[in-house]
Write a protein that binds this ligand. Structure first.
Ligand SMILES: [Zn+2]
Length: 454
């Protein structure tokens, strides 16, 4: 369950994640972290020497008696392994600061790697023996700021991830993987092994005070920062645009207000002033002035109010000719009924990094197809975030809303967003968990639908 598992690439040497210089630091283990949801199939696939059927008895993790009896990997044993190997934060994050409540540490430390532009993510090796063909690392998102930095409330500077947002991201990733599987099965998401509750809170961030969480993902290779955007006209630009247009046919998009060019004075004819991230765009050279005019014209011609820029976060190794790609990070994903604005790729070698511009009037522009599009009310960012934060708060209370409830909730939510029946997907789940999960979905996704039609 929880998304397909692409067979590779599997990282077994840290130098494979980036061709740039990789920083090394020490991470501290957090006491009291818990698994909120987990993709056991992906973990068993990537760490067969610990959990697979053919595991060497010397390396194999003993499970509980009932799992051993039927020869199944034991979720409880895997959860212990996950918490022991993934609940780490960076040293600067672990000290007292203004962005999170106290972090309880247990004195265990581990070497951690931070490739350039990894922001709040770290890569740590797992403990125990290593066997050829297995993965060796976990990619941890929400593991704190890097050495030499102090966590702050500035955008992207607190080092952490809200647990609610991590759950929302997990749901969007699974949803997108399902849509890829039906349309272009060579497109995948980077497997997310689990989401953890780290046991402390983020304080006073964009969502106020709420539990801190962590994504535990398969370690993967990314292009070096200066090459993270494709070149205009390249195969990678085509791949990037194709993924965006494919998602749009399902009513989803990676574009967002954070990366859009807006007309500052929409109602003043001939005023081409643009803003980007709420700051005026000041073209310095002639090609940039030409691009500003082109963007302004495209926005006015569309009748919309901005130029949306694709934000498909792709690992290294994507191929347009093979229609193969792996994407990660869905914090920018949203669902819409209709896309009124022109879009462009972000590229690295044009003025203002704007690539091919497509207008809604173009025959190649893609709108959501009613037969396959997701439910835009249930699947929009506000709804999915509301569900994630509800689950985070309920889970943290250490009451009846547990991992099984979060996972059942995710099953129901994904199918409801896809306009499908869900009863079949939760049939084996005890009735009280079905009820708890379904009522969480109804109270959040459905409430958001009511709001959005006011
Ligand atoms: Zn078990």
């Amino acid at each position: 369950m929880f998304a397909r598992v692409p067979p590779g690439p599997i990282i077994d040497d840290i130098s494979q994640v980036s061709s740039a210089e990789i920083g090394q630091e020490t991470a501290a283990h957090v006491k009291g972290a818990k698994v909120v949801c987990a993709n056991y199939r992906a973990i068993v696939h990537d760490f067969p020497h610990f959990f697979g059927a053919s595991a060497d008895p010397a390396d194999k993790f003993a499970g509980c008696k009932s799992c051993e009896a039927i020869g199944k990997p034991c979720p409880a044993a895997i959860n212990q392994w996950l918490v022991r190997n993934a609940a780490f934060v960076s040293l600067p994050q672990s000290r007292g600061n203004g962005v999170n409540t106290r972090i309880d540490l247990d004195g265990v430390t581990r070497v951690a790697y931070r490739p350039p532009a990894y922001g709040r993510a770290l890569i740590v090796p797992v403990d125990g023996h290593y066997a050829a063909g297995s993965a060796k690392f976990l990619d941890l998102k929400g593991a704190g700021v890097q050495l030499g930095e102090t966590p702050s409330h500035e955008a992207y500077k607190n080092g952490l991830e809200y647990l609610g947002f991590a759950i929302a991201d997990f749901l969007y990733g699974w949803l997108i993987d399902t849509l890829f599987a039906r349309s272009y099965p060579g497109y995948h998401i980077v497997p997310v092994y689990a989401v953890l509750d780290l046991g402390f809170d983020i304080v006073g961030g964009w969502h106020g005070t709420s539990p801190a969480g962590m994504h535990v993902r398969r370690a993967h290779a990314r292009p070096i920062p200066s090459e993270s955007l494709p070149k205009a006209g390249s195969e990678l630009e085509k791949l990037d645009l194709h993924i965006e247009l494919l998602l749009r046919s399902f009513g989803l998009s990676t574009t967002g207000s954070g990366t859009s060019f807006r007309l500052a004075n929409l109602d003043i004819a001939g005023d081409d002033t643009l803003t980007y991230k709420s700051m005026p765009v000041a073209p310095l050279i002639e090609p940039e002035r030409v691009m500003v005019t082109r963007i302004a014209e495209a926005i006015r011609a569309s009748g919309g109010d901005c130029l949306e820029i694709t934000n498909v976060q792709m690992t290294s190794g994507g191929s347009w000719s093979q229609k193969a790609a792996q994407i990660y990070d869905f914090g920018q994903v949203r669902a819409e009924r209709w896309f009124p604005n022109p879009i462009a790729n972000a590229v690295r070698n044009t003025p203002l990094n704007v690539g091919r511009v497509m207008s809604p009037a173009d025959v190649t522009f893609v709108q959501p197809h009613p037969a396959i599009a997701v439910d835009a009310d249930l699947g929009n960012r506000r709804s999915v975030d509301a569900l994630g934060f509800h689950a985070a708060t309920s889970f943290r209370q250490d009451g009846p809303f547990r991992q099984i409830d979060v996972e059942t909730m995710l099953r129901i939510a994904r199918l409801k967003i896809m306009r499908r029946h869900f009863d079949w997907a939760i049939r084996g789940t005890p009735m009280r968990h079905q009820r708890a999960a379904n009522s969480a979905v109804c109270a959040n996704l459905t409430a958001q639908r009511l709001h959005s039609t006011w």
